[in-house]
Design a protein around this ligand. Structure first.
Ligand code: AMP
Length: 304
């Protein structure tokens, strides 16, 4: 059942109109693995940090059942640092600084115990590295979920297209879907991306929810109407973690169960944005997650 998660591991500095935090643990792998840890164990994490990454964060990840054997710690190196500032409209974000540091030379190497993982989430990193991870597995995995961003769509399109041939489910935001497909219409974009490899596409629309496309279904999930959103950082990754977590837990890849997984993804994303960094998804209970999931279902249920 084990789930392999690869992605960035970062020290983030985040500014919003409400507050600022400095050098807090973040990165796609951290958000994905933490969110997925509420559904399945063990989670095998692959990433790189420097010696400045706080020991307490390793301890936290391990306490969530996340296996860190595949984590590379570069002695004397500095962890990837990212600084972002949100506008009053939290949908608008400026990246103020990206220091790649040890992430620049990252070469994901899978320990032997990781090579039989049946489920894989490829967080947002260079598509060449994403492909290398899939090719290092000893057996074809059951499910490969992939995230990417405009930086790779524009800068490494050919590499990304090669990687997409090996991907089952692509999770992407609306502007990235349009960019990847060179097509303004989202439905046509999704169909076009499906012809590149992934059988299922999820298009995230921030505070407007997410769309799921399979061969036979289009499903529209709302976003949770939170009164206080503190920090949207990592929402997409928390979504990916909740989504894959539910699929791994149930081992059911039917369209109906994919819809439930989208709601679980949205649930984890909603907790994520309610606090800074990963704070919002650090200590959830099953009751809280199930309660929010049910509220989601109620949000779009109508009497016929
Ligand atoms: P999201 O809000 O989904 O864009 O994810 C935010 C996380 O992505 C932050 O924790 C950052 O550390 C991480 N991040 C920012 N830029 C990059 C990048 N170029 N490659 C990988 N991860 C990044």
């Amino acid at each position: 059942m084990s789930l392999l998660v690869v992605g960035s591991i970062a020290l983030d500095t985040i500014e919003t109109p409400f507050d600022r935090v400095e050098d807090v643990a973040g990165g796609s792998a951290v958000y994905i693995a933490t969110a997925a840890s509420y559904f399945t164990a063990p989670i095998r994490m692959v990433g790189v940090v420097g010696s400045d990454f706080p020991k307490s964060e390793f301890e936290f990840l391990e306490s969530r059942g996340i296996d860190l054997e595949g984590l590379q710690v570069v002695p004397g190196g500095k962890t990837f640092k990212w600084k972002g500032r949100y506008h009053y409209d939290l949908n608008i974000r400026d990246t103020l600084e990206t220091q790649l540091n040890v992430f620049e030379e990252f070469n994901p190497i899978l320990p032997e115990s990781y090579k039989t993982c049946r489920y894989v989430v490829l967080g947002n990193i260079d598509p060449t590295l994403q492909r290398r991870v899939i090719q290092s597995l000893s057996k074809k995995p059951e499910l490969v979920v992939c995230d990417t961003m405009n930086f790779w769509i524009e800068g490494k399109r050919t590499e990304l297209l090669e990687t997409l041939k090996l991907v089952d489910i692509l999770i992407i935001n609306d502007s990235e879907a349009r960019l990847l497909a060179s097509e303004p219409n989202l439905i046509k974009s999704a169909r076009k991306i499906m012809s590149l490899g992934p059988k299922t596409i999820i298009i995230k629309k921030g505070e407007h929810g997410a769309l799921l496309f399979t061969n036979d279904t289009i499903f529209s999930a709302p976003a949770y109407p939170l009164e206080s959103i503190y920090d949207p950082t990592g929402a997409g990754d928390a979504f990916a973690g909740g989504f894959i977590g539910h699929l791994v837990r149930t081992e059911d890849f039917s369209d109906e169960n994919m819809k439930r997984a989208v709601i679980y993804g949205s649930t984890l994303a909603s907790f994520c944005v309610s606090k800074f960094g990963i704070e919002g998804i650090k200590s959830l209970s099953d009751v809280e997650i199930l309660g929010r999931y049910r509220e989601f279902i109620e949000l779009s249920r109508i009497e016929d």
